[in-house]
Design a protein around this ligand. Structure first.
Ligand code: HEM
Length: 533
C-alpha cells in the first residue's frame, strides 16, 4: 500500500538520519535544517526592518503562496475514501469469464483495493453539498493488471450525447461571466435548445438531483463500454453501483434546511460513518447487450441520454465494494486524485459512444495541467504494481520508472542493450470492423422524449410535485421565448408535464409583481442601520 507514504514522516526514534539533539517531532525546513525560531522574522532590532536573507521565512511563505493548484474545472467539490472491491466470479448465474477476461472479476472472493471520490459538479471546491447537481462517483481500482477507473455519476444518463457540446453545457450551468451567479435563465437558454437533455433534466430537477448524502446514492458508468473475453469477442456493457444503505434524496425545502446548518454535510457523513466503523457498501452490477446497433430498440445503445430497461437488460451483480478507510490527507489523496475514462485494463474496452471518446481525451489532458505532467507518479494515482516506461523528465518528476536490471542509458525501445521490451500477448485483441463516410452528424435514433415522459410518470406524487416546483422556480425569470420552448419540449415528453409547468409559470408571473412590492415593504420594515465602531 503506497497511498500513505507521501504524507508520513520517515523517522522512528532510532532514525539514523536524525542529528544530535533532534527529537522525532523537531521542526525542520525541507532542506532538513532544524528550525530554532518559528515565531519571529529576522529583523534589525525588535521593530524591524526585516532582512532579505530570511531563508526559513522565504521558503515557508513562498511554499504557502503555492498551496493551491487549479481546481477541477468541473467536479471541484468532493470527498474520498479508500476501500476494497470483492468479486463474485460470476455475472448473474454465469461465470464472468464468458464475457470478460478482466482479472479482477474472475475468482469469487478476489479482492482489489479501490479509492473512490464523490463530488458535485458545477461550483467551486468549498461550495455547499446541498446544491442541485449530478453527483460524481469515480472509482479507481488498483488491479494486478494496472489501474481501472470507472468515472460515473449518480444519475444513469447525461444531458448531451456528443462531446462537442460539453464546454457549452458547462458554461451554461456555471455562474454568469458578468454577475458571477448561477442563472436559471442561462441554464434553460441552453437546455431549451437541447432536446436530448429532457431525460436528465427530469431527473435533475426532481429530488434525485439532491442525494441526501454520498452513502445513500447509486452510481452509474453512464456511458456504454465493452467487455472482451479470452477469444477477443466483445459485448456492450453498462455499469451500476447499488448502495446497500438504501437510496435517499432531498426535496428542495429539505435541502435548504440542511444547508442553513451545514454546507459540508455529505463530506462529514462519509467521514464520520467510516470513523465509526460503519463501512458503506455498494454492489456493482452490469447490464449486457450484444455488440451492434440493435435496430429493434427505440434508442441507440451508444446514446448516453437513455437507460437500458431493467426488464430487458437485467442488472447482473459482479461484486461488492466496501469503503473502510478515510484519507490521511485531503489534498495529497482526494485533491490530487486523477480519474479518467481511458484508464481500462485488459478485458475492458471502449465502445464507439461519442461522449466516452471525447471524455477520454479530456481527463488526462486536464490532469497534466491541473496536477502536472507527472501526476501518475503520485502515490494516489500510481498503480500498485510494476511500472516501467521510457517516459522521462518533466515538471516534478518524482522517480525514474525503470525496471530492475534495465540499462539506465536506454530510455527508448526497441534496443539490443537491456532496454524495456514489449509484453507478450496472452489473448487475441478485440478487432471490431468499422467503415462508413466521415461526417459530422447526430445519431439517427434520437427519441429525445419517450424515456423522459416515462420517468415523469414513474415518479411518486411528492417527487413530481418537487420537480414541477423546481422547474417553475428556475424558469420563472427566464425570457418568454425560453419558457415557451421549455413548455413545448416538456409537453412532448408528457402532456401533463408540460401543462403543469405552464400553469406554474402563469401563476408565478401573476404573483411576481405583488411579491416584489411585498418584499420591498418587508425589507424597509426590517432594515436597521449598523452603528460605526
Ligand atoms: C470530472 C470532462 C462527461 C463524470 C471531469 C473533469 C473534466 C471532465 C475535464 C475534471 C477532471 C480532473 O480535473 O481531474 C468531461 C467531458 C465530458 C464529461 C469532456 C463529456 C464529453 C461526464 C459524464 C460523467 C462525468 C457523462 C458521468 C458519467 C465525471 C466525474 C468527475 C469528472 C465523476 C470527477 C472525477 C473526480 O472525482 O476527480 N470531467 N466530463 N463526466 N467527470 Fe466528466
Amino acid at each position: 500500500d503506497n497511498t500513505g507514504t507521501a504524507v508520513q514522516n520517515p523517522g522512528s526514534s532510532s532514525d539514523p538520519r536524525r542529528t544530535e539533539g533532534e527529537q522525532s517531532q523537531t521542526l525542520t525546513t525541507r532542506q532538513g535544517h532544524p528550525v530554532t525560531n518559528n515565531q519571529n522574522l529576522r529583523t534589525i532590532g525588535s521593530r524591524g526592518p526585516t532582512t532579505l536573507e530570511n531563508y526559513h521565512f522565504l521558503e515557508k511563505i513562498s511554499h504557502f503562496d503555492r498551496e493551491r493548484i487549479p481546481e477541477r474545472v468541473v467536479h471541484a467539490r468532493g470527498a474520498g475514501a479508500h476501500g476494497v472491491f470483492e468479486a463474485y466470479g460470476t455475472v448473474g448465474d454465469e461465470p464472468v469469464r464468458r464475457y470478460t477476461r478482466a482479472k479482477l472479476f474472475q475468482e469469487k472472493g478476489k479482492q482489489t483495493p479501490v479509492f473512490v471520490r464523490f463530488s458535485s459538479v458545477i461550483h467551486g471546491g468549498h461550495s455547499p453539498e446541498t446544491l442541485r447537481d449530478p453527483r460524481g462517483f469515480a472509482v479507481k481500482f488498483y488491479t494486478e493488471d494496472g489501474n481501472w477507473d470507472l468515472v460515473g455519476n449518480n444519475l444513469k444518463v447525461f444531458f448531451i450525447r456528443d462531446a462537442m457540446k460539453f464546454p457549452d453545457l458547462v458554461h451554461a450551468f456555471k455562474p454568469d461571466p458578468v454577475t458571477n451567479r448561477q442563472s436559471g435563465e442561462r441554464i434553460f437558454d441552453f437546455i431549451s435548445n437541447t432536446p436530448e437533455a429532457m431525460h436528465m433534466i427530469t431527473l435533475l430537477f426532481s429530488p434525485w438531483g439532491i442525494p441526501a448524502n454520498y452513502r445513500q446514492m447509486q452510481g452509474s458508468g453512464v456511458n456504454t463500454y465493452k467487455w472482451v473475453n479470452e477469444r477477443g469477442e466483445g459485448v456492450l456493457v453498462k455499469y451500476h453501483w447499488e448502495p446497500l444503505q438504501g437510496i435517499r434524496n432531498l426535496t428542495q425545502p429539505e435541502a435548504e434546511k440542511v444547508q442553513s446548518k451545514n454546507f459540508n454535510h455529505a463530506t462529514q457523513d462519509l467521514y464520520d460513518a467510516i470513523e465509526r466503523g460503519e463501512f458503506p457498501q455498494w454492489e456493482l452490477c452490469v447490464q449486457i447487450m450484444s455488440d451492434g446497433d440493435h435496430p429493434e430498440l427505440d434508442f441507440d445503445p451508444l446514446d448516453d441520454t437513455k437507460i437500458w430497461s431493467r426488464e430487458q437488460f437485467p442488472w447482473l451483480p459482479v461484486g461488492r465494494m466496501t469503503l473502510n478507510r478515510n484519507p490521511q490527507n485531503y489534498f495529497a489523496e482526494v485533491e490530487q486524485a486523477a480519474f479518467g475514462t481511458g484508464v481500462l485494463v485488459d478485458g475492458l474496452d471502449f465502445s464507439d459512444d461519442k461522449m466516452l471518446q471525447g471524455r477520454t481525451f479530456s481527463y488526462s489532458d486536464t490532469q497534466r495541467y491541473r496536477v502536472g505532467p507527472n501526476y501518475l507518479q503520485l502515490p494516489i494515482n500510481a498503480p500498485k504494481k510494476h511500472v516501467a516506461t521510457n517516459q522521462r523528465d518533466g515538471q516534478m518528476v518524482y522517480m525514474v520508472d525503470s525496471a530492475p536490471g534495465q540499462n539506465a542509458h536506454v530510455n527508448y525501445e526497441p534496443s539490443n542493450l537491456r532496454g524495456l521490451t514489449e509484453a507478450p500477448r496472452t489473448y487475441p485483441d478485440h478487432t471490431p470492423w468499422v467503415e462508413g463516410p466521415l461526417v459530422r452528424q447526430s445519431i439517427e435514433r434520437t427519441n429525445n422524449f419517450a424515456q423522459a415522459g416515462e420517468q415523469y410518470r414513474n415518479f411518486e406524487d411528492w417527487e413530481r410535485d418537487d420537480l414541477i416546483a423546481n422547474l417553475v422556480d428556475n424558469l420563472k425569470d427566464a425570457a418568454p421565448v425560453i419558457q415557451t420552448k421549455m413548455v413545448d419540449l416538456l409537453t412532448q415528453c408528457d402532456t401533463d408535464y408540460g401543462r403543469r409547468v405552464a400553469e406554474g409559470l402563469a401563476q408565478a408571473g401573476q404573483s411576481t409583481e405583488e411579491d416584489q412590492q411585498q418584499a420591498v415593504r418587508q425589507a424597509e420594515e426590517n432594515s436597521h442601520e449598523a452603528q460605526p465602531y
